[in-house]
Design a binder for this molecule. Sequence first.
Ligand code: PGA
Length: 239
Amino acid sequence: MPNIIIANWKMNLTNTAVESYCKSIDSIPQAENIEIIIAPSYIHLPYLQKKLLQRPDIKLAAQDCSGFTEGAYTGDISANMLKEFGCTHAIIGHSERRIHYNENEELLAAKLDCVKIAGLRPIYCVGEDFETRHNNSVLQKLRHQLRDVGLNRLKSTNAIIAYEPIWSIGTGLVPTAEQIQEVAAFIDDMLPGQSILYGGSVNPDNANHISSLPHLSGLLIGKASTNIDQFSQIIKTML
Ligand code: PGA
């Protein structure tokens, strides 16, 4: 199985910045053993879809999708629409969606179903907040986040599971190797064979060490992925 590296741009990069990123797209190394996926804002998908014709090895993901297949849902974007604009993957349940938009497991299960119907592969995010880490109830929390959307649903969609501790996202704090390994082994036990990624303050200095931990198949990168030099460096460390 190739390693998977996902760039989650979140609500960053203006049109001009995306154009300049794409001008240097060839600085992203091509590697047979690494699947590279970029998740831009919805609005930049058509532009990237066109630009990536010259780099068919780089895939596109949406950062989210609707929990409805179609209809009167103002502001929503359906999984089918995302597919039309070249997405092969969709991030579901990122902690920023869970926190700022109150997305719960019932809604996330509906989103996973929509993603499945459209034939996309979900990247399902789980992770604990600082308090949960402090109380030693991390595994309990993750068990809920996985079970409450349905383990069979995650298996049947061939979901990639991204472990992203909330206290690590954008903070520069990274769990110890033992902490990451404990969680990765736990997820692997619940969902044997599914790809497991780590995300949270990954940078060119720690990427190789983290991605080579047992049970992990790659990384989900936020801030560092918005800078093409840093993103390319991260991939280089994994070649
Ligand atoms: P970060 O974000 O790399 O900026 O910490 C990771 C993520 O939220 O996917």
